[in-house]
Design a protein around this ligand. Structure first.
Ligand SMILES: Nc1ncnc2c1ncn2[C@@H]1O[C@H](COP(=O)(O)OP(=O)(O)OP(=O)(O)O)[C@@H](O)[C@H]1O
Ligand SMILES: [Mg+2]
Length: 316
């Protein structure tokens, strides 16, 4: 069997801070197959961006391994790192701050190709091709970021990420900064592009409702660790971890007559700096017992459904 496109093995990323070590990503493992989308969901500060950036080598892992098509890329340098840079791309949350204000659309989307010797005619053709692909009018090729709305700016960010035909894209909250009406258009664009070009996504968001339609699998992250991981359908029909249940209960429902049973998350948030062993959600969990202070492990409780919670393990 072919190796998965991305394999993340026990990856840790700690930041040194004055008070100790911030365990931003703490022993995370998963795989992403070619052409597949993994949604990574969790609250602000739980380590989603750090995880994405570490996988594609924008940050060095503190420990663990990242494999790309079976090859260990965790510490590669030189030519091999350049190959990783080509195959793995990122789309950022805020297209305004991730685009150079002094570069027009054409220069921005062709920037990743700057080491290729393209004639002016080839550059024009490649830019037109990429603009068509992401649905930006060709007449905007000389426009600057401040002259465009948020949706178009994000399309420019997407075109830039596609320029080198990547195999894997980290989409880091790519629609969170956009108007709701534009969010769906950009999500649909990302799904159409995946159908056409076959790349895999790691789609990072704090909003479960956003990843519901785009992800094949979902990983729920809490303070640097995965607490639940399964297919999207399974996550919504058989939600097991108390944190995931609370996240799900916070999604607004269209039917105003449907009873809202929002599960409140009370209690103090555990600090990611020098955390104690045991479940990091325990201080906010309505079901927490003494047993939760023991180290927890992500375990398969039913086929392909992984949960890190001693109570769930007992019930199942
Ligand atoms: N360069 C850094 N130096 C020190 N600490 C950092 C650094 N980058 C991130 N952190 C810390 O790591 C933790 C995870 O941050 P990260 O940005 O990955 O979270 P996130 O889930 O992407 O949050 P958000 O939803 O707000 O984007 C946070 O506690 C953050 O303060
Ligand atoms: Mg982030």
């Amino acid at each position: 069997m072919a190796a998965p496109l991305i394999e993340v093995k026990n990856v840790k990323k700690y930041f040194n801070v004055p008070a100790g070590k911030n365990h931003a990503v703490d022993d995370v493992s998963f795989t992403i197959e070619k052409g597949e989308t993994l949604g990574v969901v969790g609250e602000s500060g739980c380590g989603k961006s750090t995880l994405g950036r570490t996988i594609i080598r924008l940050q060095e892992a503190t420990d663990g391994q990242v494999l790309l098509s079976g090859e260990d890329i965790t510490h590669v340098t030189g030519k091999k790192l350049r190959a990783v840079r080509e195959k793995c791309q990122i789309i950022f949350q805020d297209p305004y701050s991730s685009l150079n204000p002094r570069m027009n659309v054409k220069s921005t989307i062709l920037e990743p190709l700057k080491h290729l010797k393209l004639s002016p005619a080839q550059r024009k053709e490649k830019a037109a091709e990429l603009m068509d692909l992401v649905g930006i009018d060709r007449r905007l090729r000389e426009s600057y970021p401040h002259e465009m709305d948020g949706g178009r700016r994000q399309r420019v960010g997407i075109a830039r990420a596609l320029a080198l035909n990547p195999e894997f894209i980290v989409c880091d909250e790519p629609v969170s900064a956009l108007d709701v009406s534009i969010q769906a258009q950009v999500l649909n664009l990302l799904m159409d592009l995946q159908d056409k070009m076959g790349m895999a996504y790691m789609f990072v968001t704090h909003d479960l409702s956003v990843v519901k339609h785009i992800s094949d699998h979902i990983a729920v992250m809490y303070l640097g660790q995965l607490v639940e991981k399964c297919t999207t359908a399974e996550l919504f029909s058989n939600t097991l971890h108390p944190y995931t249940q609370a996240l799900l209960s916070a999604i607004p429902v269209a039917n105003i007559h449907a009873p809202m049973k929002r599960i409140p998350m009370k209690g103090e948030i555990t600090s990611p700096i020098n955390p104690k062993p045991g479940c990091r959600f325990a201080s906010r969990c309505p079901y927490a017992t003494e047993a939760c202070h023991q180290p927890q492990k992500l375990e398969e409780v039913s086929p392909n459904h992984f949960v890190s919670c001693c109570r769930v393990r007992e019930i199942n």
